[in-house]
Design a protein around this ligand. Structure first.
Ligand code: ZN
Length: 317
């Protein structure tokens, strides 16, 4: 979300549901430069509180696409946890429909294509993760492309939600699972065993060489988010400490993503610049990362082909 939009939406809320922005909005919304995943997730209480109406959800989705298109993003997958947005009177399906409406309006206005991934939160009960997977299935083919498990890792291994993941697979949805973001390399293997097509973050993958080999061999892409990884993983002092370069050199498929543009105060251009500078990436390596992203997209083959052609044409230019 844009900071300005959060503030405007928060201001418009009745006092009894208005999020606490004390001592100041920046510290309520922007986690410290180094923090735990749990602390990082606290800032979501504010943004989620402002996104409880169809208008607010549609606006946030539209603005996100507009901002991404303005930095030349040609395809974006957005993910969020729809069941967090039913605090007032919205039904889960109204939540998803409002976000899709914003994305589709932006697709008509800007040169960007989009897909939506619905997340279930690991600490919640399995009935909630199954509900989120069912919701994703209802909108499959209407803009929702995949299902995801996200949230705190310690004490919440992805295996708990195997039923939701199996449901998503059976419904034909793509599946990605957050694993090894702030701890717990063993959960990456679990995610692979659950049939995940991509791994959210996977920062801790190198801690488990057998799983690292498996991820390389199966060609499972990592969704790397450099700044948020630096912030949360507890493993790095600078971008240059990110295992991303090791993964690239091992032939593991790496994609570069933003995680949270507001809370990490970055955009995709910043993230690509950060890793290019930290590792002195060549044009070929950067092109490979972008082509891997297109290939790993949860999109139809035809669209993926178009994305790859656009990337190749730009790099040839
Ligand atoms: Zn994430």
């Amino acid at each position: 979300m844009r900071l300005q939009t959060v503030l405007e939406l928060a201001d418009a809320l009745p006092p009894e549901v208005r999020p606490d922005l004390s001592p100041d909005p920046i510290s309520a919304l922007i986690p410290p430069e180094r923090c735990s995943l749990e602390e990082y997730l606290e800032a979501f209480q504010v943004t989620v509180a402002t996104l409880q109406t169809e208008e607010a959800l549609e606006r946030a989705a539209y603005e996100l696409c507009e901002d991404a298109a303005n930095e030349n993003v040609i395809y974006m997958e957005i993910r969020f946890a729809p069941l967090l947005h039913t605090q007032l009177d919205l039904k889960p399906r109204d939540v998803v429909a409002a976000v899709l409406k914003g994305m589709h309006r932006a697709e008509a206005d800007f040169p960007i294509r989009t897909g939506l991934i619905l997340s279930a939160l690991k600490p919640e009960g399995t009935e909630r993760s199954i509900e989120a997977a069912q919701l994703a299935a209802q909108f499959f083919g209407k803009g929702v492309v995949g299902f995801d498990l996200a949230g705190p890792e310690r004490s919440y291994p992805p295996q708990i939600h195997h039923e939701a993941v199996e449901f998503a697979h059976a419904a034909g949805l793509h599946v990605t699972i957050h694993a090894g973001e702030g701890c717990c390399p063993e959960q990456i293997k679990e995610a692979v065993d659950l049939g995940t097509e991509r791994i959210g973050h996977g920062v801790y993958l190198f801690k488990n060489p057998a799983t690292e080999d498996l991820v390389a061999e199966r060609g499972i892409p990592l969704e790397v988010c450099p700044t948020s990884n630096l912030q949360i993983s507890g493993l790095m002092e600078t971008y240059a400490d990110h295992p991303l370069k090791r993964y690239l050199d091992l032939g593991i498929k790496v994609t570069v993503n933003t995680d949270n543009r507001l809370m990490s105060q970055i955009d995709l251009t910043h993230e690509l610049e950060a890793v290019t500078e930290a590792f002195d990436l060549t044009r070929e390596e950067l092109e490979r990362i972008l082509l891997t992203s297109a290939e790993a997209a949860f999109a139809e083959d035809r669209l993926k082909g178009e994305l790859k052609e656009k990337i190749k044409a730009k790099f040839a230019d």
